[in-house]
Design a protein around this ligand. Structure first.
Ligand code: GRF
Length: 203
């Protein structure tokens, strides 16, 4: 059995999508070992508990970035996780944490990276006037929204889109590709060359 640890700061819809994919076998032979947050009131923590998933909270207030990361990493190790999934986790990770879990941390971002990294990616896309946006699952490195791309999905931007309507259509694609990306990385059926991730043929 492979074990996933999920880090959230908010509502946790991507966390729920990953848990659903584990339950119905789209991410095979895997369990969600723990859902963790820096925010005690994160709605996703309650959603995880109501599904019987163990949760952990450690506030970032009053400790350094590395101290906080050490507490989170210790809990992830206690749960012996194979993969760390960031799902709306609104904290930058220290270089130390990233090295501890090298090539084993995924993030989801609601744009086609490298366009529109950072906050409010859907608003950035609307303001720029692009006709297509989407979402990206990538391995995490030390730069924000930057590591090698695992999966992307394209979403058209419609003339009457608002930030809300565009975000909603992108979110549906996020839920789909995050599970696909997690299954690929946990299955080990890929290779990394520089920034490129190749899905190897399935025998
Ligand atoms: C998603 O749009 C994700 O791409 C971004 O933060 C949002 C989290 O939403 N990183 P949720 O908490 O998974 O519903």
């Amino acid at each position: 059995m492979k074990r996933i640890g999920i880090l959230i700061s908010g509502r946790g819809s991507n966390m729920i999508a990953l848990a659903d994919a584990v339950s119905d076998g789209r991410i095979p032979d895997t369990v969600i070992a723990v859902v963790m947050s820096n925010i005690a009131e994160a709605a996703g923590l309650e959603a995880a508990r109501s599904r019987g998933i163990e949760t952990f909270h450690h506030s970032h207030r009053g400790c350094s970035r590395e101290e906080h990361d050490q507490a989170m990493a210790a809990e992830l190790k206690r749960h012996d996780v194979d993969l760390v999934c960031l799902a709306g986790y609104m904290r930058l990770l220290s270089g130390w944490f990233i090295k501890e879990f090298e090539h084993r941390i995924l993030n989801i971002h609601p744009s086609l990276l490298p366009s529109f990294p950072g906050l409010d990616a859907q608003k950035q896309a609307l303001d720029y006037g692009v006709k297509f946006s989407g979402c990206t699952v990538h391995l995490v490195d030390e730069q924000l929204d930057h590591g090698p791309v695992v999966k992307q999905a394209v979403v058209p931007v419609l003339d009457d889109d608002t930030e809300e309507s565009l975000s909603k259509r992108i979110l549906a694609e996020e839920h789909r590709i995050y599970s696909e990306a997690a299954a690929l990385i946990l299955g080990g059926n890929y290779k990394i060359e520089g920034r490129r991730i190749f899905h190897l043929d399935q025998k």
